[in-house]
Design a protein around this ligand. Structure first.
Ligand SMILES: NC(=O)c1ccc[n+]([C@@H]2O[C@H](COP(=O)([O-])OP(=O)(O)OC[C@H]3O[C@@H](n4cnc5c(N)ncnc54)[C@H](O)[C@@H]3O)[C@@H](O)[C@H]2O)c1
Length: 325
């Protein structure tokens, strides 16, 4: 029997989910839900899927095994806890929640219910990041010493992303969530301290749109992560990560290429296409079917959120902030 799944939230990212879902083995998307009926209908009808407006009706359906939560951030906590209490496995979009207390309540509900909780850190499934992880784990860079992570972009996104009560935070909460997760994962080491500068250039926003964060890792390595989304103009998306080690380096241009150099090798691999969403959803379905933890957990979501929150505290106080991983 396939895993029967309900999609909660039929916005921008749910569209990407629905493009990938038909190619995931053992998965049946049974229902799509959005308070905006047009959004739900638009996504559901091309694949002849049922649609609803109230996500609690999805959770009340005993034939549904799992949900994909792609709602605005302030709803992540209530939807995750309600889904866990209804016995549904959960694939939750990043960022996990708008506070660490909320993340703790979500983890508690998940543990009590004994359901799977996976965070939608898509970068774990990009082929150039997967290859980088293999190179680092094989020791091809020696000991990682420095990570330089940068995500800068522009363009119009739904208005709630720039409103603190719904979004919970700005560009660091939205995109930095990916950065902190991929940095910790690739460096193979926890982030133990941050020092941040943060600014807001657009007066319509109540969250930051420009940040620079310096990092220390538990293994002694250093790093930076930089995020900018100031303009509505569709400026090119830059999403790069350089990692230097004691005997080599890699340069990742996410979505495009991986460059690797050490004393013995030097090559560039360009990506033509990737199926990272399909791999992410496939991992969630496999974890359910094999009754094991997914490769990206709720705890990973909380760790990333702890870094974001520590960076906010640093920017506010002007002091470095330690993080207990
Ligand atoms: N993994 C990624 O790379 C990635 C990319 C983009 C967005 N995201 C994340 O996905 C989530 C959704 O972002 P988005 O860009 O799709 O936003 P969006 O605004 O396009 O979609 C959210 C949808 O939720 C619906 N909604 C709001 N309240 C609801 C409720 N109570 N019940 C049912 N539906 C409700 C809205 O009508 C909207 O259609 C966010 O957590 C965001 O950070 C992740």
């Amino acid at each position: 029997m396939p895993v029967r799944l309900g999609v909660l939230g039929a916005g921008i990212i749910a569209k990407s989910f629905m493009e990938a879902a038909p190619d995931v083995a053992d998965l049946e998307v049974a229902v799509i839900c959005d308070v905006a009926a047009d959004a739900a209908r638009k996504l559901a009808e091309p694949q002849a899927i049922e649609w609803l407006r109230d996500y609690r009706a999805v959770l009340a359906d005993e034939t549904i095994d799992a949900v994909y939560i792609a709602l605005p951030h302030h709803l992540h906590e209530e939807a995750t806890i309600a889904a866990a209490e209804a016995g549904k496995h959960i694939l939750l979009e990043k960022p996990m929640a708008n506070s660490l207390d909320a993340a703790d309540r979500m983890l508690l509900a998940q543990k009590r219910a004994g359901v799977k909780l996976m965070l939608g850190f898509t970068h774990r499934f990009h082929s150039e990041l997967e290859s980088a992880k293999q190179l680092i784990e094989a020791g091809e860079l020696g000991r990682p010493t420095l990570a330089i992570d940068i995500m800068t972009t522009g363009g119009v996104i739904p208005a709630w992303f720039w409103r603190k009560p719904e979004a919970g935070g700005g560009v660091l909460h939205v995109n930095g969530a990916h950065s902190f997760d991929r940095l910790r994962w690739l460096m193979g080491s926890a982030i133990t301290e941050v020092f941040a500068y943060s600014a807001t250039y657009d007066s319509r926003k109540t969250v930051e749109d420009n940040t620079v964060v310096a990092l220390r890792f538990a293994n002694g390595a250093l790093g930076t992560t930089t995020h900018n989304w100031v303009t509505d103009a569709p400026v090119p998306f830059k999403c790069d990560l350089d990692i230097h080690g004691t005997s080599g380096a890699i340069r990742i241009d996410t979505w495009h290429s991986l460059e690797f150099t050490n004393a013995n090798h030097s090559w560039v691999r360009r990506r033509l296409r990737d199926d990272m969403f399909q791999k992410e959803i496939g991992e969630f379905v496999s974890a359910i079917r094999e009754d094991r933890a997914p490769s990206v957990t709720g705890e990973d979501g909380r760790r990333s959120l702890a870094c974001v929150q520590a960076a906010y505290e640093s920017a506010r106080t002007g002091k470095p902030v330690s993080i207990d991983d």
